[in-house]
Ligand binder design. Structure first.
Ligand SMILES: C[S@@+](CC[C@H](N)C(=O)[O-])C[C@H]1O[C@@H](n2cnc3c(N)ncnc32)[C@H](O)[C@@H]1O
Length: 349
């Protein structure tokens, strides 16, 4: 069925065309997989795409001193890359174990180049608030603009040809029903969190500034596991590892121990850093939370107000922590915080 997409429109060479076809077919296989985890997302070579970040990037990217520097970052939803561009980073390499992170990032960049502010947000966000997305499960039903095909048509000519071929195939597969396409291949995001989390979405002015800056950057993409990054032969001033730590280091489904992760960073990954380079090691949700105390009024009165979720192993490796407001608005009202751990190859731990 996918061969119906007008191939004559594309000047892709056979090698690239075959790669895109494989990416498309593997994405459909992933969508139709038999078992789906209820506990955590599955990350593979062709898994679901994040439409927006799940980190408060506005709370830390501008504090890393990366202006005009070389940066390696997770590709994910493309938001790390877009915020780096907004903060005047000119050379960016994206890595992700998921090939589809490349396609969603190209979709974001093409949309940015063509759409006005509101239309961009409505195209990528499934609903208005975090509660709608997570707790009430309203998800995509309450935003008919999400992935709307008529909106896609406004900017698809700005996509690189491989990404246009991929998205055209997917729209065809889902009978041009954007809502269904989005719900099948994306992890839903909400508008309020997207605006709070991203400097470039703070207001229409910032968005227009990014529109100008996006044409003057050099971005490369690698399909790589976090534990393969040391095989890159480049040097960077900053490396952003998102919250991948939570998925590779864990008692339940992790692949390495906390000690092995630390020695990987110190002995291998840090070799990619220029002098005084920084690695954003981990992003920990719910680092500083309200201590809910049960018992007598007296006990409640003397109880400490907040509890801190200390990670001893990350503490040993990092030289600095940046606390950022919680991802969840309800928790932000309580002044609860998430935490970003930083490693620096020239500063003492
Ligand atoms: C960890 S997820 C979670 C979302 C993230 N907090 C954000 O704000 O974008 C981000 C990305 O990491 C990628 N990822 C997960 N495990 C990985 C690994 N072991 N190596 C490389 N990328 C990985 C996923 O494919 C996904 O695109």
């Amino acid at each position: 069925m996918w061969l119906d997409v007008k191939e004559s429109e594309f000047m892709l060479n056979d090698e690239i065309k075959n790669k895109v076809l494989t990416d498309y077919q593997e994405t459909i296989k992933f969508v139709n997989r038999n078992s789906k985890s209820l506990m955590h997302p599955t990350f593979s070579h062709h898994s679901s795409m994040y439409t927006f970040t799940t980190e408060i990037l506005s709370g830390y990217i501008n504090k890393l001193g990366l202006r005009d520097k070389n940066v390696l970052t997770v590709t994910a939803s493309g938001d790390q890359i877009l915020n780096l561009v907004f903060n005047d980073v000119k050379n960016i390499d994206g890595f992700d174990v998921n090939t589809n992170a490349y396609y969603i990032t190209q979709l974001k960049i093409a949309a940015l180049k063509s759409l006005p502010y509101e239309e961009f947000i409505n195209y990528f966000s499934a609903c208005k608030s975090f509660e709608d997305a997570v707790f009430v499960e309203k998800k995509v039903e309450n935003n008919s603009d999400v992935f709307a095909y008529n909106v896609y048509q406004k900017f698809s000519d700005k996509l690189p040809e491989d990404a246009k071929y991929y998205w055209d195939l997917l729209y065809k597969e889902f009978n041009y029903d954007g809502l269904n396409l989005h719900d099948s291949v994306c992890i839903p995001s909400d508008k309020d969190t997207a605006i709070f989390a991203n400097d470039y979405l703070k207001n229409a002015t910032n968005y227009e500034i990014l529109k100008q800056k996006i044409n003057n950057v050099n971005i490369n993409y690698y399909v790589k596991d976090i534990l393969q990054l040391h095989t890159l032969s480049k040097k960077y001033d900053g490396i952003l590892l998102s919250n991948i730590y939570d998925y590779v280091v864990s008692d339940w489904y992790g692949v390495i121990s906390a000690e092995d992760f630390n020695s990987y960073v110190q002995n291998k990954l840090s070799n990619l850093l220029n002098e005084n380079g920084t690695i954003q090691l981990a992003y920990k949700y719910h680092y500083k939370t309200k201590n809910v105390v049960y018992g007598s009024t007296l006990k409640k009165l003397f109880a400490s107000k907040y509890k801190i979720d200390v990670n001893e192993s990350l503490n040993k490796l990092s030289y600095k922590k940046i606390l950022v407001p919680s991802l969840i608005e309800e928790y932000r009202k309580n002044k609860e915080m998430d935490c970003v751990y930083l490693y620096n190859n020239s500063k003492k731990r």
